[in-house]
Design a protein around this ligand. Structure first.
Ligand code: ZN
Length: 87
């Protein structure tokens, strides 16, 4: 298995159990759960509100991605969370 660390809580999990956020090369536009054709620095988050909120505190997500993180990204991640729970 492939393990990644959540930016929100720091817990290491199977990456399939985490939301992947990628700053896509070369323009660093942010892609959520992009496929294997999306290249760039990635950050991972648990599927829960607390980790998403934490990732935006102290610019943690921005530091991991080394890219500007738009404010609306939080809403998009929360939507992704809701969508995954309704599957
Ligand atoms: Zn977490």
């Amino acid at each position: 298995m492939n393990y990644r660390k959540c930016v929100g809580c720091g817990i290491v999990k199977d990456k399939k159990a985490l939301i992947k956020v990628t700053a896509q090369n070369p323009h660093k536009n942010i892609v959520i759960n992009g496929n294997s054709k999306i290249f760039g620095r990635s950050a991972y988050l648990c599927y829960n509100n607390i980790c998403i909120e934490n990732a935006f505190k102290k610019d943690r997500l921005k530091k991991v991605l080394k890219a500007p993180v738009p404010q609306e990204l939080k809403g998009k991640l929360l939507n992704e969370l809701r969508y995954s729970q309704n599957k």
